[in-house]
Design a protein. Structure first.
Lengths: 320, 136, 559
């Protein structure tokens, strides 16, 4: 049986294998994805992000338990970085999700970034889509990152939950511009630790400034949780539902998803083009020769780039 | 054979039952990662059902189980059996821990590919996995 | 201790020796290695002399046995007065079998009991719980209820022996059972002596037998300490354990440092409860490992005693000298045993026991040579016990107190380890205390780093392990090994069924409801736990009440 069929038929094994193919950049995957595409668009995608040690896995675990009680099926993709030196990774997020392991309504996948920047793996977006076609109602992407370079997750999710903890330094002050804006919901986890109230105040002050400056319609709520003990998680689930309703009613969800499709097409074109060039013209000795030509002053990078594009049938001027 | 340009071996490192001795399991998780594999570490207190569900969801190539509390005769064959029932007979199952020599033939007969006792050089385990891992 | 002139003289002579006698030999015969290190990785000099301990102040650093800072020992006469307690950890199968082993060990001259419970009891599950599958009676004795406990101590008068119980998260439950049995035997609580491990922090750090989140589990710990202070004065309320930290890969200094860090957290928790430091601190005890590197172990024990005394006096303001004494049990290193050429383990254990004696422990368990393969057989246990008897009676280690004091090397190493301990404690304080350091994974990561370094040293051949990476030989597998009857699981489940059917349902239900109520309040849980075990509530049922009230815990794993 083809994987796409298996997935539409509810086979976890097929789903798991397709995600492997996606991760491995196996060409067979994209034909399956094409066949799954008509069956996507139903899932709601949530990103849970925050610094290491913020309690994201535990929060994901508890939130999923609440969502399950509400009747949703859930897919979880837990992303962790690969080692830049060995290419390997130790993925330990499942440890905190042991309770979900045997629930047939939950699928958990650990995913290493494999050198991809931005806090998600290259395969994450397609894996979300596969889970969507598989029929999961809600898909959670759990990923490390509060820095500006690590927030690619927001491009593929509908709601972004930013998890902060008290006592990890002056988080808000040190946040780069823009990071505050990525959050649709703030969570202060470990809210029983000293400094939680202060952190809440800091966030609210920043949100108030933002609101005045940018006229935001959705003001991100700040939810306090003690995830280990399950406290505050119902509130978080409720906030999630509120944000979803807001996006749907205001039409923002459609705008978001249209934008996402546009970006995806562009990104596919870009990556395909680059790969094509790399594979056909930029590998091995011939490319070394081209570089040597430039080094020796016989040629220049601008003309060379134009020449390469011409070879795949694109007669265009160079732009940056 | 996978056409994947970025193929990685995926290994589940699991601690079955209530045994809390995870020095060896954690050490191996690190060694496997350093050998370029992707290791899914389950943590303690796993039942055979949980280990096999994890293997299915993660599309694991290898399941490594470590036990020092004497439950291997129950656990290891059970994991193999559940993998087979779920159509994952090609997943490589390897075991380690405190396992008396006389138990090893029975475990292998049950489908455990290899048992690595205390004192095994970690490179030997890495090599074994690389040589025997399935294609997908 | 040394005057400046003498030191200068020694320094000169040493330089002469290095440039002359030594150099001549080194030129022709280089040493075996460029760098010599202890098993913990501390670099060891070629030769130690007064120059290594130039500022050594005898009174400040050593003092006298039974006096602050207790470097030389916690009792004034040490083993000249009384030998350490020989306490072999035992337990497997059913309560009947373990009871038989206990009686055998007492007949062989053992002076205290030490109970190994099977993992379900340690994790707070009954034998019929799904997670208990395959585990019943395996690494310890199966105890589900007071009925099992009664069989376990049948014919053993609880006022004549002291009993150590390796039980942590459910320590209150097992102590309650023990006390209830003492009551039935007519032994008053103030005649009951022994120890519960009751150290949940190291379970989270490295041993894995945790049940509840850190805060509520610490509350149970303190409840037990408080209750015993009032009602069971001879009970050692906690055994703050470095043993498992070392087993998990820590160095000698890390073992001592992280154990002391846990100790600090417990003392602080008791003080926060409102207990006066000198009320409970005299009943705190410790539990350490002993590896084969004799001198490093001795230095570790001496450094630990001195550091703990300072912590209690300076940080917590203890006034009672007993509060400052680090009294401890030792078990020889389980991870040092090899499955290869198992008889070699007898020698390792002997050296480790010797180190323990030279280090001044209060009690000792010597491992059996077959423990890297299976549960110890009776023959192996006997050899292990005889090993410590030989150390005690024949080696001469017991004739004078702290015999290695004044050795340039041992004093320098003691100072070095003490400095490493101090560095760790300062770092942990900086991170916000022990609980925070555990939550951040700092302690776990340090231990794993050491374990990894050690493994690499073995695999590269940089460190020799006999039978593992040198002097390896083919050998037939050991055949005489102890196996637990697999039927024990079914037997224990049957027993539970019977218990549940026959107990007074009303009394049982009320006792558990009372326990639930008390557990939610600030009241000490111990009396309610005692009532519950008397009402035949099982370990699993009592822990389920707490799982419900306090939640279950899964610590973050740091790999």
């Amino acid at each position: 049986m083809e994987l796409a069929e298996g997935i539409l038929d509810g086979s976890v094994k097929s789903l798991a294998r397709l995600i492997s193919w996606l991760e491995d950049d196996d060409e067979r995957a994209y034909e399956e994805m094409r066949r799954l595409y008509p069956h996507t668009g139903n899932a709601y995608v949530v990103g849970i992000t925050g610094s290491p040690g913020a309690g994201k896995s535990t929060l994901t675990d508890k939130l999923t338990q609440v969502l399950r009680k509400k009747g949703y099926t859930v897919g979880i993709i837990a992303v962790d970085p690969s080692s830049p030196f060995t290419g390997g990774a130790v993925l330990g997020d499942r440890v905190r999700m042991s309770n979900l392991c045997l629930d047939p309504g939950v699928y958990i996948r650990s995913m290493a970034t494999r050198g991809h920047l931005g806090g998600v793996a290259r395969a994450t977006n397609d894996a979300v889509r596969a889970l969507d076609a598989f029929g999961k109602d809600i898909i959670i992407i759990e990923t490390v990152g509060v820095g500006q370079d690590e927030i690619d997750v927001i491009k593929i999710v509908d709601t972004t939950i930013l998890v902060l903890v008290p006592g990890m330094g002056d988080v808000i002050q040190s946040m780069k511009a823009g990071v505050m804006e990525i959050a649709d919901i703030f969570v202060i986890n470990k809210a029983d630790h000293p400094g939680a109230d202060q952190l809440e105040t800091e966030i609210n002050v920043r949100l108030e400034q933002d609101k005045q400056a940018k006229d935001r319609k959705w003001v991100p709520p700040v939810i306090k949780t003690v995830a280990v003990e399950g406290k505050g998680v119902n509130d978080l689930a409720a906030a999630l539902e509120r944000h979803r309703a807001y996006l749907e009613e205001s039409g923002e969800l459609e705008i978001k998803r249209k934008k996402r499709i546009k970006e995806e097409i562009l990104s596919l074109v870009e990556s395909t083009l680059l790969k094509l060039l790399q594979e056909k013209f930029m590998s091995g000795d011939s490319f070394e020769d081209i570089i040597d030509e430039i080094m020796s002053g016989e040629n220049d990078p601008y003309s060379t780039a134009r020449e390469l594009l011409k070879r795949i049938g694109l007669d265009v001027t160079i732009q940056q | 054979m996978s056409n994947g340009k970025d193929r990685k071996i995926k290994v589940i490192v699991a601690k079955p039952g209530l045994d809390g001795h995870d020095r060896g399991a954690k050490l191996l998780a690190r060694v496997f990662a350093e050998a370029g594999m992707e290791v899914i570490y389950t943590g303690l207190r796993q039942t055979p059902e949980m280990i096999v569900q994890t293997a299915i969801q993660e599309d694991a190539d290898v399941v490594g189980i470590s036990s020092l509390s004497g439950v291997h005769n129950y656990f290891f064959p059970k994991v193999v059996q559940l993998l087979r029932e779920n159509g994952l007979a090609d997943v490589l199952v390897v075991g380690g821990g405190i396992i008396p020599a006389e138990d090893i033939p029975k475990l292998k007969e049950a489908g455990v590919a290899e048992i690595f006792g205390p004192g095994t050089p970690t490179q030997k385990i890495v090599d074994f996995i690389k040589q025997n891992v399935r294609k997908k | 201790m040394f005057d400046k002139k003498k030191l200068n003289d020694i320094k000169q002579k040493k330089e002469q020796w290095e440039g002359g006698t030594l150099k001549k030999v080194l030129d022709r015969f280089p040493e075996r290695k460029e760098k010599f290190t202890t098993i913990s990785g501390i670099e060891v000099d070629r030769l130690y002399s007064p120059l290594n301990i130039e500022d050594f102040d005898y009174n400040e650093k050593l003092g006298f046995p039974g006096q602050y800072p207790f470097t030389r020992g916690v009792q004034p006469t040490m083993y000249r007065g009384r030998l350490w307690t020989m306490r072999q950890y035992a337990g497997f199968g059913t309560a009947e079998e373990t009871n038989k082993r206990f009686k055998y060990l007492l007949e062989q001259g053992q002076t205290g009991l030490s109970v190994a419970f099977h993992l379900p009891t340690q994790a707070g599950y009954d034998s019929d719980h799904p997670l208990s599958m395959g585990e019943v009676g395996k690494v310890g004795v199966a105890v589900d209820s007071i009925e099992d406990m009664k069989v376990l101590f049948d014919g053993i008068p609880l006022d004549k022996v002291t009993t150590s119980m390796t039980i942590n998260a459910p320590a209150t439950v097992l102590l309650a059972m023990y006390l209830a049995i003492a009551e039935e035997q007519g032994v008053p609580f103030d005649k009951v002596g022994g120890t519960v491990q009751n150290d949940v922090l190291k379970e989270i750090i490295c041993r894995g037998q945790y049940i509840f989140p850190p805060q509520p589990t610490m509350r149970l710990t303190v409840d037990l300490i408080e209750y015993c202070y009032e009602h069971v004065p001879r009970w050692n309320t906690i055994s703050i354990s470095g043993y498992h930290i070392r087993e998990a890969g820590a160095t000698a200094a890390q073992e001592m440092a992280f154990t002391i860090a846990d100790g600090i957290a417990y003392v602080q928790a008791c003080i926060d409860r409102g207990l006066a430091v000198d009320s409970f601190a005299p009943r705190l005890s410790f539990f350490f490992n002993a590896f084969t590197n004799v001198l490093e172990e001795v230095a570790k024990f001496r450094a630990g005693r001195r550091y703990w005394a300072r912590v209690m006096k300076e940080r917590f303001g203890a006034k009672n000298p007993k509060s400052m004494m680090m009294r401890y049990h030792v078990q020889t290193g389980g991870v040092t045993l090899t499955a290869q050429q198992p008889l070699n383990n007898i020698v390792r254990v002997a050296l480790q026991a010797y180190a323990t004696a030279l280090g001044g422990a209060q009690s000792l368990h010597t491992n059996s040579y077959d423990e890297a393969l299976c549960l110890p057989t009776e023959q192996a246990v006997t050899v292990a016990l005889r090993t410590q008897q030989i150390v005690a009676e024949e080696s001469g280690a017991t004739e004078t107190i702290d015999p290695l004091a004044g050795s340039f090397y041992v004093e320098a190493l003691t100072d070095k380890i003490e400095a490493q301990i101090d560095e760790y404690i300062k770092k942990i304080d900086e991170l916000g205390g022990t609980l925070k350091a555990i939550e951040l994974g700092y302690i776990q990561k340090e231990i794993q780093e050491s374990a990894y370094r050690f493994q690499k040293e073995i695999e590269s051949g940089e460190r020799i392990y006999v039978g593992i990476n040198k002097y390896v030989m083919e050998e037939p597998p050991l055949t005489n090994i102890l196996k637990v009857d697999p039927k024990i699981g079914e037997m224990q489940v049957e027993r539970l069924k019977k218990l549940r059917a026959e107990r007074d349902q009303k009394k049982w239900k009320e006792a558990l409801e009372k326990l639930r109520e008390v557990s939610k309040s600030d009241e000490n849980v111990m009396p309610a736990v005692i009532e519950a075990v008397k009402a035949r509530a099982t370990v699993g049922e009592i822990c389920d009440v707490w799982r419900d009230v306090y939640g279950e815990y899964r610590p973050k794993e740091f790999v």
